[in-house]
Design a protein around this ligand. Structure first.
Ligand code: NAD
Ligand code: ZN
Ligand code: ZN
Length: 343
């Protein structure tokens, strides 16, 4: 079968032929219907995140069960599933609460999940080590639903934990309207009545935010002008939440300038910026959070939101053979919503 592989840091992905895997005891084979192309893959290929290649990329996957290992019960071939991405040990206290994204034994696992240390879903088939990592998809199309398992789950987790702040008379700033950000503005619309202000350096991404119902958009290329424009919208109260899906120095700095007291800055993007602290900057009472991905239970909630028609991943489909070109398009900011590879 064809597979898109990470080889080593500094090298582009390679497309190779691999034997189709067979499910061993306790494992499940998934025929991939869609594998999302996440910006994190660019970080994996460009920077040393401590992941050792080679392995098949693709950590945002959905498809159909195609093989069941010995001892796996309750699933049958053909069932449509999303693959829960952050693979924990499965037995620590935190994993038992379904939050494998915060597994207590993560450091000793040697992998962060399929496509992040282990073989992922940018292939015709993917081996999932345990049925506990599968979530039923119902009637959703796997090619459209694949981004739910990261591009939607990650912002969902970040927003859900901030919900008590998001009363109807508040403002939320969302920076970076790409794969994660375009889902974040929809999730905010579905979960709360706070007013959303979308920021990006690319006017096409801001136009996309407006298509998704966001009323206020601000080009953030000039940080001073952006802070002033956002402040004009929020008034003296500032934003109660700034969600940064870039995490670069200019965006983190912008976050600190648009929140007021008793607020929250949530940095999701891995853009390499630093949050500087000095007295009252960020303002007193401001919490800073750095969430990672989401829990399996939250993935079930995200799938329910999509099934109810409340959130819609905007998907551009490509073949496995186009993977290298698609990564370049993502790097150049040319993907609207999420690119998904369909084998
Ligand atoms: P993406 O490439 O689809 O979108 C990024 C968006 O940010 C684009 O719209 C781009 O125009 C915009 N942008 C880039 N630089 C900017 C700047 N300086 N100011 C304002 N906007 C800017 O990326 P994605 O797949 O949505 O991922 C976003 C980030 O989140 C990546 O760093 C990724 O690694 C990270 N991520 C983190 C987690 C987590 O759990 N913490 C999970 C998934 C992804
Ligand atoms: Zn990702
Ligand atoms: Zn664990």
């Amino acid at each position: 079968m064809k597979a898109v592989r990470f080889v080593e840091v500094g090298k582009p992905a390679e497309i190779v032929d691999l034997p189709q895997p067979k499910p061993g005891p306790g494992q499940v084979l998934v025929k991939i219907g869609g594998a999302g192309v996440c910006h994190s893959d660019l970080h994996v290929m460009d920077e040393d995140l401590g992941l050792k290649g080679p392995f098949t990329l693709g950590h945002e996957n959905a498809g159909w069960i195609a093989g069941i290992g010995q001892g796996v019960h309750g699933w049958k071939e053909g069932d449509p599933v999303a693959v829960y991405g952050p693979w924990g040990c499965g037995h620590c206290h935190t994993c038992q609460t379904s939050a494998e994204n915060y597994c207590e034994n993560h450091a000793s696992l040697g992998t962060m999940g399929g496509g992040l240390g282990s073989d992922g879903g940018m292939a015709e088939y993917m081996l999932v080590p345990s049925p506990r990592l599968l979530v039923p998809l119902g009637t959703l199309d796997p090619a459209i639903a694949a981004p739910l398992s990261d591009a939607a789950l990650t912002p969902y987790h970040a927003i859900k934990t901030a919900l008590p702040l998001l009363t109807p008379n508040t403002h939320v700033v969302v920076i970076g309207i790409g794969g994660l950000g375009h889902m974040a503005v929809q999730i905010l619309g579905a979960l709360c009545a706070a007013t959303v202000i979308a920021g990006d350096i690319d006017d096409n991404k801001l136009a996309h935010a407006r298509e998704l119902g966001v009323r206020h958009t601000v080009n953030t290329r000039d940080g001073d002008a952006a802070a002033e424009a956002i402040r004009k919208i929020t008034g003296v109260r500032g934003a109660v939440l700034a969600l940064d899906f870039v995490g670069a120095q200019p965006t983190i700095d912008l976050c600190t300038r648009v929140v007021e007291r008793n607020s929250r800055i949530t940095v999701v993007g891995l853009g390499g910026g630093t949050l500087h602290y000095s007295a009252n900057n960020p303002p007193y009472g401001c919490a800073v959070t750095i969430p990672y991905w989401g829990s399996r239970t939250e993935l079930m909630e995200v799938i329910a939101l999509a099934a109810a028609g409340r959130i819609h991943p905007q998907v551009e489909k490509f073949s496995l053979g186009e993977a290298v070109a698609v990564y370049q398009r993502l790097r150049d900011g040319k993907i609207k919503g999420r690119a998904v590879l369909v084998p």
